[in-house]
Design a protein around this ligand. Structure first.
Ligand code: GDP
Ligand code: IMO
Ligand code: MG
Length: 421
């Protein structure tokens, strides 16, 4: 014991990868517990920049064990390529285990994802990585799990069975069938490559906890993209709140100590869906340019806006966040004034609760508090005392609004641009 959990508290891309890398200074194990390669977690070390999709962000620390937990949906070909690319850059990837219970993503899931986006009534703006179809198969109990990577004969049989089912759907929809023979060749290569990493990771994690090692669970996406609590249907297909780490990694609730909530000092969102504080003016553009807000996975420009204490506060409440890691404060350095959304006006009624209906949330008008900007560079700050008073006031107000204590502030993408409070 204990296990700490780190989650995103907004619509993803809060800087989780950077924070995991920083926190793994004194951690023994990092576990991804949900999502798949829809995630893009950036870690900058010196002049090197890495973007991780399925591999946990503890991979750069040689003594840290990294686990792709059972709650993940893993594209074997993507995972193999990611491992090869890291190894080619001199990163030791031997300290990795892949759960024998992960759900595997195949080409037919990605094709079904694309088809749904092009044909369905509601376009989600997914990452196109087959996440929704793979989790649907899991819930429908026809998914294929990590253990099959060790058994090529059974993997091939299951892959062809499922692939044929999807091909019939593609035919009905008037789109081209997948060439299962060609796809199988790629899957077989990836399976052979990944098989040595496959393990019953729940036991690995339990043994680590029993031995008193520190385990850090790495969330993907963010609380507002949660399948139950997010801005449904504009969400991802997994439990992104901290509670998801228990089933997704296979750890008991009593093992959990701290919940870190990573929170961007403003707000971004990629894809469709309501975003009450979105800015369509030059301030939004300034945040996008200063913050380099372009998707780490798809390269799409991220929608940008003011900090939303109603939406973030809801996700922080659900995850039981007791420590906040506020990132990208430096991106706001040049703004003459800064705003925080403290409530919504929905059809003339003031509320601090996030409504269930995406339609209602679309109609919400943000009620702002305006504070003076600090107009000073914070990117070199090494401590709280180095921050200008206006930045301190902004952070204090933000923490007060969401009801959690700030434990870390990040003022740039590098490891050393981080300080604890
Ligand atoms: P994740 O998905 O939560 O891991 O976040 P992403 O990697 O998708 O996006 C965060 C981006 O912000 C990455 O390019 C990081 O290198 C960068 N970043 C992280 N923290 C900071 C910070 O405090 N300031 C600035 N300017 N950039 C940061
Ligand atoms: P990280 O871990 C930001 C968004 C997509 C889309 C919705 C559903 O890097 O923070 P999906 O492909 O999951 O079915 O897409 O969720 N989305 C993310 N947005 N960061 C992510 O991951 C995301 N993963 C999915 O843009 O709106
Ligand atoms: Mg990301």
């Amino acid at each position: 014991m204990p296990a700490d959990i780190l989650v995103g508290t907004q619509w993803g891309d809060e800087g989780k990868g950077k924070l995991i890398d920083v926190l793994t200074r004194d951690v023994d194990m990092v576990v991804r517990f949900q999502g798949g390669n829809n995630a893009g977690h950036t870690v900058e070390i010196g002049d090197q920049k890495y973007v991780l999709h399925l591999i946990p962000s503890g991979i750069f620390r040689p003594n840290v064990k990294n686990i792709v937990g059972n709650g993940v949906v893993a594209d074997p070909i993507g995972l193999m390529e990611e491992l090869k690319a890291l190894a080619a850059r001199g990163i030791d990837v031997s300290n990795l285990e892949i759960s024998d219970r992960v759900q595997l993503i195949f080409a037919y899931h990605k094709k079904a994802d694309a088809l749904r986006e092009s044909k369905a009534g509601v376009k989600i703006g997914t990452t196109g990585r087959g996440i929704g179809p793979a989790y649907s198969d899991k819930a429908n109990r026809c998914g294929i799990r990590g253990i099959e990577l060790r058994n090529p004969a059974s993997l091939e049989r299951l892959f062809r069975e499922q692939g044929e089912k999807y091909n019939r759907l593609f035919e009905q929809a008037g789109v081209e069938r997948l060439d299962l023979d060609a796809e199988w060749q790629k899957v077989a290569e990836a399976a052979a490559y990944l098989a040595p990493y496959v393990a019953n990771t729940a036991y690995t994690i339990a043994a680590a906890l029993k031995a008193g090692q520190k385990v850090l669970c790495e969330g993907a996406q963010g609380g507002l993209l949660d399948i139950d609590h997010g801005t449904y249907p504009f969400v991802t297909s997994s439990s992104t709140v901290a509670g998801g780490a228990c089933p997704g990694a296979g750890i008991p609730p009593q093992a959990v100590r701290n919940v870190w909530g990573v929170i961007k000092a403003y707000t971004t969102r990629v894809g469709e869906g309501p975003f009450p504080t979105e800015l369509f003016d030059e301030t939004g553009e300034a945040l996008r340019q200063e913050g380099r807000e372009f998707g780490a996975t798809t390269g799409r420009p991220r929608r940008c806006g003011w900090f939303d204490a109603v939406a973030s506060g809801y996700s922080i409440m659900l995850s039981g966040v007791n420590l906040l890691a506020v990132t990208k404060l430096d991106v706001m350095d040049k703004l003459p004034e800064v705003k925080l959304c403290v409530a919504y006006d929905i059809n003339g009624v003031r509320t601090t609760e996030l409504p269930a209906s995406a339609e209602v949330l679309e109609a919400a008008k943000p009620i702002y508090e305006t504070m003076p900007g600090w107009l000073t560079s914070t990117s070199g700050a090494k401590s709280w005392d180095d921050l200008p008073a206006a930045a301190q006031a902004y952070l204090n107000r933000l923490a007060e609004l969401v009801g959690a204590r700030i434990g870390i502030v990040s003022v740039g993408p590098r490891r050393d641009q981080t300080f604890e409070l």
